[in-house]
Design a protein around this ligand. Structure first.
Ligand code: PMV
Length: 343
């Protein structure tokens, strides 16, 4: 009998704390009801069928081993020189580079030497701040751990996912893979060890909408690098301010003070604009939503992608967004993390 394992992981939205989380400040990240799915079965060679991007590939176990070693070497050099451009170029130039990297890293970490085939399909738009790569970085080790009976714990899956995310983005905070792994809503703070606390939000979250503002021209790694290249005298006070807002956000979520929550979202957006990761379209939506007394900010790395917006009057909020020519999307928030799908 052929055994097929299917696993899925959700996408995510940053309520607050993106970018500043890279510098050790906390972030509040919430899973969203759009999922990435991986189906895995044993096979005679490693076959990848990435259905959303209509790309396929076939590789030997040895080829993937060598690719992983090369990637790790390039990553080490990039880390030393504090310039990850060669890593990003390597991934872009290679056929199915990102997916191959995820699979190769998982094989190395789980000591898998037997081939398998993977089918990948995802409801999460690629490269738009909703955690498309983080969801896969969690779902791939989960599916392979089930297929090869490694029985990894959630924490172990998250550790492998972080290594995968590092290959894709250089030095990520680890927040994205954590929320895609554990689901719900998380208080995340990078450190040794990371602080990862579930936030038990009473999801009066019905009045949130997500808005797609366009495909970012830059990747997460590039946007993070741009912020890093700012003069520390300019960057640090803004990063610290974002940290203060995030602590206050936790407070006001626990008190269900949505009026203050909106103000915090707006202040965070204005600081992210100052850090250079917003775009005109985002600023325009932010201004319009703020004018009707709502909250609106980018979500994730920025440069376009998704925004998260809130208003008590959902009809008014959706109307304003539509008037600007955008499509407000209602999605479930705080959904389950990585899981095995029932066969
Ligand atoms: O846009 P995304 O989904 O890749 O989110 C990036 C979040 C950042 O804080 C900008 C980077 C990070 O590693 O946390």
């Amino acid at each position: 009998m052929i055994i097929v394992i299917t696993c899925s992981a959700p996408g995510k939205t940053h309520l607050i704390g993106e970018h500043s989380v890279v510098y050790g400040e906390p972030a509040i990240i919430i899973s969203v009801g759009k999922r990435a799915y991986i189906s895995a079965e044993k096979s005679e060679s490693v076959k990848i069928d990435a259905q959303d991007i209509s790309q396929k590939g076939e590789f030997s176990v040895l080829e993937l081993k060598e690719f992983e070693e090369k990637l790790q070497q390039v990553w080490d050099n990039c880390f030393e020189t504090k310039n990850f451009t060669p890593l990003y170029s390597l991934l872009k130039d290679e056929h199915l580079g990102h997916i191959k990297a995820m699979i190769a890293k998982t094989m190395a970490e789980l000591d898998i030497n037997t081939p398998f085939s993977l089918k990948i399909s995802s409801e999460i738009p690629i490269g738009s701040g909703l955690g498309s790569s983080a969801a896969l970085s969690v779902a791939v080790p989960k599916a392979l751990s089930e297929l090869f009976k490694n029985n990894l714990t959630l924490d172990e899956i998250n550790q492998v996912a972080y290594k995968i995310e590092s290959l894709a983005h250089g030095t990520p905070s680890g927040g994205d893979n954590s929320i895609c792994c554990y689901g719900g809503a998380l208080w995340f703070k990078k450190g040794t060890p990371n602080v990862i606390e579930p936030l038990h939000l009473d999801f009066k979250m019905k009045n949130f909408v997500l808005v797609f503002t366009g495909t970012p021209q830059l990747t997460t790694g590039e946007l993070v690098a741009n912020v890093r290249s700012l003069n520390p005298e300019y960057r640090t006070p803004r990063v610290e301010k974002l940290g203060i807002l995030t602590y206050e956000m936790r407070e006001c979520l626990s008190k269900q003070d949505f009026a203050r929550m909106k103000e915090l979202m707006n202040s965070a957006q204005e600081l992210l604009t100052e850090l250079g990761v917003s775009i005109d379209e985002i600023d325009r939506i932010h201004t319009a939503v703020k004018e009707i007394n709502g909250g609106a900010k980018l979500s994730g790395a920025g440069g376009g992608g998704y925004m998260i917006c809130y208003h008590e009057d959902l009809q008014l909020l959706t109307q304003i967004i539509k008037d600007l020519g955008y499509v407000p999307e209602k999605v479930e928030l705080g959904v389950e993390g990585v899981r095995t799908e029932r066969r």
